[in-house]
Design a protein around this ligand. Sequence first.
Ligand SMILES: [Zn+2]
Length: 442
Amino acid sequence: MAEAGVLLLSGLCLLRGFVLDWYQLSSGSMAPTLLGPHRHVACPHCGWNYACDALDTPPPGKRALCANCWTWGPELASLPIVGGDRILLLRGAWGPCAPRRWSVVAFRSPQRASRVQVKRVLGLPGERIELHHGDVYANGRIQRKSLTQQRAMAQLVHDAAHDPTRWRYRVQPQGHGWRSQGEGFACPPPQGQAATEIQWLTYCHQQPLGPHGSHREAPPLDRHAYNQNRTVWQSFPVEDLLLSCRLAWQGEGDLCFRMQHGSQQVLLTIALPAGELTMTIDGMPAGRTRLAPPKQEAQLWELSTFDGQVLLAVDGITLFSRELKPVAAASGDASRPLAIGSRGLSLAVRELRVWRDLYYYWPVAANRHAGDRRAVTLGPEEYFVAGDNVPISDDSRSWARAGVPQQLLVGRPLLLYWRSRTVHILGWQISIPQLSSIGYIR
Ligand SMILES: [Zn+2]
């Protein structure tokens, strides 16, 4: 047994440098996908867990603000600093390691070759890359993500299971229909007139107004709790959203989803149990199909408007997608962007979460050599890269020479194998692994 262990260790050492390598992240430019040195916060009010960047010393008295329930948590400086994530890397830039759009890549910094950086690939060799309203365009075409890619890049906006008061949801019409149930909501079997009108459960986004806990209805912004100890100069309303929930239904009627995307109002109506789906945009017919009849028991439903596209998936299988007009200008009226409706059905939803897409933009004057960019054309062996923590990432968007040359690629980050948090036990500070965070890097 001991011999096998020695052999395995020797094998790994031999592989290191040829096939595999491991690194510890030193910056939060890929957060929250991969974390740099950070502080772990468990919200004392709603129980939501999140990380805050720890590269800068917080001002005295600065407390953590929970982005899920907008209440103040512990003082940041009182929380121990946890080291960056450790990742396993498959070396090389060919075959399974060849960079593809939306894949995560490790490369030697074009500015300092001794430093390895980890970012996501947005543009491939020879492409002309533009960024408009958060979306990536290559050679004039908007680049869309698959469901798996959307999940990998989606940022949590709100988790109803961690919000016992459910104050971000509105019920229409009031008085009957949807009500809070367990960690979710239920719409009971309809009676009388309620059987013919749509009972809506609407997500109503809130932004804090100031340091006193007050807030107002506003569209979701591209802010993240991770950056609350950093200065972020710009923030943008994000209209590319994803709703996910476990949904069970009974009876006969219509399951409806309503989404606001830019100036477009999208309505999906699924007649159950038949599975006949119709889509309208601003009241005009825009699509029709027949789905495999969805099961009545709780399945995972996901509905997104990422990258100018409506996508509906059940249990991880994409059942319907249609292109939308990409957002041409922020509507400014998207504080109630998502709703679930029932006409004649009994519904129960739980694990109800709202997510947003990453929002890409050219940083203003981030690098005086880069100037005020609107587009970049990559060389024949260059890749356009950006960090998932878009507001603070230093990447192709701001470098004087935007593209990362092929010869600087190191390999493909494969596995997040160590993320820890520090706990106090009997006066000792002990690092324990966060097993739920360990996994494949997408
Ligand atoms: Zn909270």
